[in-house]
Write a protein of this length. Structure first.
Length: 171
């Protein structure tokens, strides 16, 4: 912040305008809830993506982390959080219903859970998998090469990429 005081006023104004523009123009994708500058994000609107596979993540940073691996070619669903009773976050506070609606519409063969290896992440995986079981699709969780308690956005690309490639089916 003090750095801005030493800058010319024009530089500070550029930064303020950039922040204002971002807040006005960046939206959430109507399908996956990732960020976008249009109604559909670049991933959801890409015809080369595998539309039969959805990777469920906690936040937008997790989408970016998985994309950096170059190992996943399906679509995403950003929950916007995970179930955490201690923090007052329940199933109705995150985007579970829209995920269920996407699966209900048909065309989905697999849902991959790529949530943190924490108690809250596992609780969220379990809760959503119970809701999706009735659709008869493959439910999998990324491989546990990621240390328990680590966040996806801080995991190196090789470990995260192997976790996506070597995911295991939830039973």
């Amino acid at each position: 912040m003090l750095h801005l005081l030493r800058e010319e006023e024009k530089e500070a104004e550029k930064l303020a305008n950039a922040i204002s523009t971002m807040r006005k123009e960046i939206k959430y994708c109507r399908v996956c809830h990732s960020i976008s500058d249009s109604e559909l994000c670049p991933i959801c609107s890409n015809p080369k993506r595998d539309t039969s596979t959805i990777c469920v993540v906690e936040n937008i940073q997790d989408v970016m982390a998985i994309e950096r691996t170059g190992q996943f070619f399906g679509l995403y669903h950003v929950l916007g959080g995970i179930i955490s009773p201690m923090d007052g976050i329940g199933p109705s506070d995150i985007a579970i219903d829209s995920l269920i609606s996407r699966v209900e519409e048909g065309g989905i063969n697999e849902v991959i859970f790529a949530l943190a290896s924490t108690m809250e992440g596992d609780t969220t995986n379990f809760f959503i998998s119970r809701k999706l079981q009735k659709f008869g699709i493959k439910l999998s969780v990324i491989a546990r090469g990621i240390s328990v308690g680590d966040e996806l956005e801080y995991t190196d690309e090789v470990t995260l990429g192997r976790s996506i490639v070597n995911r295991t089916e939830m039973k």
